[in-house]
Design a protein around this ligand. Structure first.
Ligand code: EPS
Length: 391
């Protein structure tokens, strides 16, 4: 399975093409729209989300709500394009009128300056339109298809917020829940996707204060996955390690600067005897572990335990009190450009990270098992699960 996205933030459309989803998977627009709405809603988002109601159009690859095995083409309209029609018109030549919103003062921390140098763009809007996190709408659309496939295979993936600024939640809270479904009910019921009502209140306070200060704030998100069979990915070559692929997918999300598995950042100070997950066996489960400090991976392969992935999101670089920058035309010092922005995108980032993990898990499964037909895939996975259990 592979995919590509296209689209500029204020351009006409956002587009994705996915290749390699098996035939016979039921997909409706509602499946995808549900996830798109989750990405849009979250405390700290800016006014752009009041303009958009992200809704997918299925253009190809699905007939009568069933995948055909052919490439799937998806499309989400940018409603805000109506306000940028001339500025972002793909069909008309540049004129003084339709280049009025030229950007020449790059924002520190954004792709503006290096993107301009690399592609020789003297209007940095040509960079920021694509480097905008608006593009993640299509990654979530692709991930929604992956999640639907995983669900049919008994695999659940869920992302939530661990911290925003100094308001930190306690990951040990997850042990209170019997399933991701139970956990989901709590985190999706809170405006910040936090783990507890208390943490939600603390996070909202941080976001409100940050907004009052005309600043931005980052945080940490967590993605958990259950029902993942042992042995996805491989130790045999570096490029086959599934934890490495997931790390790449997470850091590939706009503003993500770090990723870990299990509690790796915290475990750096501990001894080996404190963090290895001891191996146990019983008739009912086969092999299992006494703990999950390594986040469900050993040797780049899934162990069969819950996957635990954290990602660190930096504060959004667009500041309403801009920092120092340099005009790319005059080389004079100026404050950076101000574009409309969010106070924080951590609440959306949790949903995006969840979908990126789902995409990598779907790819790993389709690399290992039949990728042509859903029923055959299900049969193969059921037989493999049995084999693992009786090893
Ligand atoms: C973004 C800036 C804002 C965000 C945008 C990402 O867009 P605008 O400049 O239009 O206000 O709202 O995110 C989305 C549009 C979205 O759908 O997530 C940026 O610079 O990355």
């Amino acid at each position: 399975m592979k995919y590509v996205t296209a689209g500029e933030s204020h351009g006409p459309e956002e587009v994705a093409i996915i290749e390699g989803i098996p035939a016979g998977l039921e997909i409706t627009p509602a499946d995808i729209n549900f996830e798109l709405a989750r990405r849009q809603h979250g405390y700290g988002r800016g006014n752009r989300q009041l303009i958009e109601t992200d809704t997918v159009t299925i253009m190809a690859g699905i007939r009568h709500q069933m995948t055909l095995g052919s490439p799937i083409a998806l499309n989400v309209h940018n409603d805000d394009h109506n306000n940028w029609h001339d500025i972002m018109d793909p069909t008309k030549k540049a004129t003084p009128e339709n280049t009025l919103r030229k950007v020449v003062r790059p924002r520190p921390g954004h792709a503006d300056l290096v993107g301009g140098i690399k592609y020789r763009h003297h209007d940095l809007r040509n960079v920021l339109e694509r480097s905008s996190a608006r593009e993640t709408v299509m990654r979530v659309a692709v991930g929604a298809v992956a999640k639907k496939m995983l669900k049919e295979l008994g695999i659940d993936v869920h992302g939530f917020v661990l911290s925003v600024g100094t308001a930190k939640g306690d990951i040990n809270e997850i042990t209170k829940y019997h399933s991701l479904a139970d956990l989901r009910t709590v985190t999706e019921g809170l405006p910040t996707r936090a783990l507890t009502v208390e943490n939600d209140e603390a996070i909202r306070k941080v976001i409100d204060e940050t907004k009052r200060n005309r600043d931005t704030v980052g945080g940490m998100v967590q993605v958990l996955a259950t029902g993942v069979p042992a042995g996805l990915g491989s130790y045999v070559s570096a490029d086959k390690k599934l934890d490495a692929k997931i790390a790449r997918a997470i850091v590939g999300i706009n503003a993500f600067k770090a990723v870990d598995f299990g509690n790796a950042f915290d475990n750096a100070t501990l001894y080996g005897s404190q963090i290895m997950d001891e191996i146990l066996w019983d008739e009912e489960q086969g092999f299992y572990r006494s703990s999950n400090h390594l986040g469900g991976f050993e040797g780049g392969m899934t162990t069969g335990g819950m996957l635990m992935i954290r990602g660190v999101v930096k504060p959004i670089p667009t500041l309403y009190q801009p920092m120092r920058s340099v005009d790319i035309d005059t080389h004079e010092e100026h404050k950076a450009s101000i574009e409309r922005s969010d106070t924080t995108a951590v609440t959306a980032a949790a949903v995006i990270a969840e979908h990126m993990v789902a995409i990598e898990l779907a790819k790993a499964i389709l690399d290992k098992f039949d990728a042509d037909n859903m029923d055959r895939l299900k049969e193969q996975i059921a037989a493999y699960r049995q084999e693992v259990k009786t090893f």
